[in-house]
Design a protein. Sequence first.
Length: 402
Amino acid sequence: MPVFTFSGKSASGEKVTGERVAANKDVLLQQLRRERITPGSVREKGKEFSLPTFGSGKVKTKDVAIFFRQFSVMIDAGLPLVQCLEILAANQENPTFQKTLNGVRTTVEGGATLANAMRQYPAVFDDLTTNMIEAGETGGILDVILQRLAQYVEKAVRLRSAIKSALIYPVAVVSIAVLIVGALLKWVVPIFTNLFTGLGVALPLPTRMVMGLSAFVGHFWWFFIGGAVAAFFGIKQIRKHPQGLYFTDKIMLNFPVIGMLLRKIAVARFTRTLGTLITSGVPILEGLAITARTSGNAVLQEALMKVRKAIEEGRTIVDPLKESGVFPNMVTQMIGVGEATGAMDNMLQKIADFYEDEVDAATRDMMAMLEPAIIGILGVSVGGIVISLYMPLFAMIGKLAG
């Protein structure tokens, strides 16, 4: 029988590689899925085979939420699993998502569980989804789990929308301000420079400063564009390395104003994710591991993995959460109460509700604070340039009038 080399991810998210002897590729793939290994690539000696990664970056989170909602209604109505997937795939407008659902249906028809079938498409169904689905299948409450997933994804979409709305306005205004100032320095100021040079008049300091800045921008405009592009790709490269990712995330969390908002977002996402997993029957240790991987912040991920290790050693969840320094005292106290009363899942959901409201309030406050500041900076920048250019003209008019 042929020998295959393979790579993939285990259920805990760790990279797995090795060699196996199997009759063919399909048999090997079935073996890996039974072992809860998500295959990434399988290669026979001298040949290469890669699993298609449908929907990478193309399936909208909103589409996934609608899918879970419809799926739960169908399961609750008693329709067979394969028939549900077939109907949902046929009515799916997104072709990438349609291919994904057809792939899941085919794998389920071959005898795999729904969770393992979904694990083939990590770009669409993450660890949180597949582990909750697995818990639902094991406990016979798949319809309930699908409803919880739909609620979780819908709230995640709302949280992401709040963050985007908070960023769009200041970024747009700052971008327009930079373009206006750049256009003035590149094309308008040189006209006045030629005029003043021809007149041979003495220029005040602000006018000379603006003319010097205009000359610098005119000769070295490429430096600004190149610097912006280099900074963008440089940060992307830095964030590809674990230490660089941790460093940049830590800087962002300690940033004035924005850092506080990011902390609230992190707490809301952490409590919502862990609360949803625990409510669905996922063990707390596995739930913490999944929450850490899906946290979206390297600092929070490291803190949660330390919390997980502390719980493995027999400690309560409260002490390591306090020691991490990431979570506010109110959060750790409420989680401690939930742990003591055996209602941690409900407590986590309440914390998530509170902090999602806090994110909305913080977003509005930040917008209220940034709007006048940005408009003031724009007014000072553009107005300062215009006034400095007209100062010599005012002086000349004053002399002529005198």
